[in-house]
Design a protein around this ligand. Structure first.
Ligand code: BG6
Length: 486
């Protein structure tokens, strides 16, 4: 696709939580470092009847709260605000949308990016209004946020609604995990080094674990979360994207089609989990009251203020049925109110085929840990000899070759996911966005698990906040001689 850098960014839902927490601070970071196109203007819209001045106040507040003091420069904040305008519009009110579109047409003097940070049910009506105003043709792009639907059928409906107006190559589906530095690093590690690729397969890897653990609860988003749960909120998108990047074949180039074609093949190779497998391949959990880092926290139902059957934790034993990964389990787990915040991918290599040191030597398998959060770190564990005279045989210790990317690049400013994703969308590069067929393949697999749960009568098991999920999550993996990395 030939795209020019956009000169107008229109944010729908600009007074919402995501915009205030992530989007506006990220735009500040880009502006401050001179990374936004000089001509770029930002039109923000939301339901709240604010004028430019009142909206500017919310932008200042958001930067104050989210950007470190050392990085806040009043002149740069004013510079960002000079690009920003606000116009209220009700996304379910065609008349106010039409008025907004008039403003957009008047402001437009080049490519435009629309970022829809609203509830997904508004995506199609907003796109329809844009289309009617002649704002959906060449030179326009639309960014849409997850969740794209609730299941395959609703995601097809949303994708159809948006796709009737915008061509697929101009739809940028955001999964903010793809914008994280650590995810880029996974690609750099796999495809920028010759060392790992020959080992990256079932012959050498015994198991893979992908963990996205959060200490937070539902953070006042109970109404959204209770309709979603850990599977739809995190696993269908973030964890499956991490799995794709870990398991995919090397793309021939780092470009949108090549990368997304390879990810799609992984999603389509996921072995369905049916009712017979539900108990052995999946665990759903819901937190009860407990403590995180010594602080007492309420249970999910107390936070929500009502009873609920929604899972706040999910663990799966997945398989990618292809030559490269035949027989290798991919253990996935994610949950709220777990003991620590961490996102990591852990690959355990096969044990040595024969120990020349005898059974007492206790040689643990090598492992590669790619940690994305809270800090970026890559660590390769190797066996070394424990120092000593070893009169009764060599003793071994596990030692990590550690690459602490935080320390290694202490001078380099860390970028947020949205800084990267905004720049890519402004420049028209879709490599780090999710294509329609990917999101639908992910839903098809996840829908299969929900059906299995329904048929098997699976309901979430309780786990106290501050623990690693229900006991059955441990059984899920230990049954196969593996254990979660903790
Ligand atoms: C969002 C989920 O997509 O990702 C949230 O909706 C979750 O529930 C968040 O807390 C986690 O993102 P991060 O970047 O903090 O790991």
């Amino acid at each position: 696709m030939s795209a020019h850098a956009a000169t107008l960014l229109v944010i729908f839902g600009a007074t919402g939580d995501l915009a205030q927490r992530m989007l506006l601070p990220s735009l500040y970071g880009l502006h401050r470092d001179g990374l936004l196109p000089p001509k770029l203007r930002i039109l923000c819209t939301g339901r709240s009847a604010l004028n430019d001045e009142a909206f500017a106040h919310t932008v200042r507040e958001s930067i104050e709260r989210r950007v470190a003091a050392a990085e806040r420069d009043p002149a740069q904040i004013d510079g960002l605000l000079a690009r920003v305008r606000y116009q209220p519009a009700g996304v379910d009110d065609p008349a106010s949308l039409a008025t907004l579109c008039e403003t957009i047409c008047a402001m437009r003097d080049g490519d435009v990016v629309f970022h829809l940070s609203t509830a997904p049910r508004f995506y199609a009506p907003i796109c329809t209004a844009l289309g009617q105003a002649g704002l959906a043709g060449p030179g326009t792009r639309v960014m849409i946020e997850k969740p794209i639907g609730h299941d395959l059928a609703s995601s097809v409906e949303i994708n159809d609604g948006v796709g009737r107006i915008f061509a697929e190559e101009r739809i940028f589906r955001v999964d903010h995990y793809l914008g994280k530095e650590g995810v880029q690093n996974l690609l750099a590690l796999r495809f920028g080094n010759a060392l790992f690729e020959p080992l990256w397969n079932a012959r050498h890897i015994a198991q893979v674990q992908i963990t996205v653990a959060e200490t937070v609860g539902v953070e006042g988003r109970g109404d959204y979360y209770d309709h979603s749960g850990a599977m739809r909120d995190m696993l269908q998108n973030h964890l499956l994207q991490l799995l794709c990047l870990t398991a995919m074949e090397p793309p021939s180039q780092f470009d949108p089609s090549a990368v997304r074609n390879e990810k799609l093949k992984v999603l389509r190779s996921l072995r369905p989990i049916d009712a017979n497998d539900a108990a052995t391949h999946s665990v759903a959990g819901q937190y009860t009251a407990g403590a995180i880092e010594g602080v007492a926290v309420p249970g999910y139902r107390e936070e929500l203020g009502r009873t609920s059957g929604t899972e706040t934790f999910v663990a799966l034993r997945a398989h990618v049925d292809n030559w490269r990964w035949s027989g290798v389990p991919f253990y996935l787990r994610t949950g709220k109110r777990l003991p620590s915040r961490c996102t990591e991918i852990y690959l355990e290599f096969r044990a040595v085929p024969h120990s020349i040191f005898g059974d007492e030597a206790r040689i643990a398998p090598n492992a590669l840990l790619i940690q994305l959060q809270p800090e970026e770190r890559i660590s390769l564990t190797l066996m070394t000899k424990t120092p000593g005279l070893d009169r009764s045989g060599l003793k071994f210790s596990q030692v990590a070759l550690d690459l602490d990317l935080h320390d290694a690049f202490v001078e380099v400013r860390k970028r947020t996911a949205y800084e990267r994703l905004y720049l890519d969308a402004i420049e028209g590069n879709g490599t780090l966005f999710v294509r329609r067929d990917e999101t639908e393949a992910a839903w098809a697999w996840v829908d299969g698990i929900f059906n299995a749960w329904k048929q098997a009568g699976t309901t979430p098991k309780n786990y106290p906040a501050g623990t690693w999920g229900p006991a059955s999550a441990v059984a899920l993996i230990e049954r196969h001689g593996h254990s979660w990395r903790e």
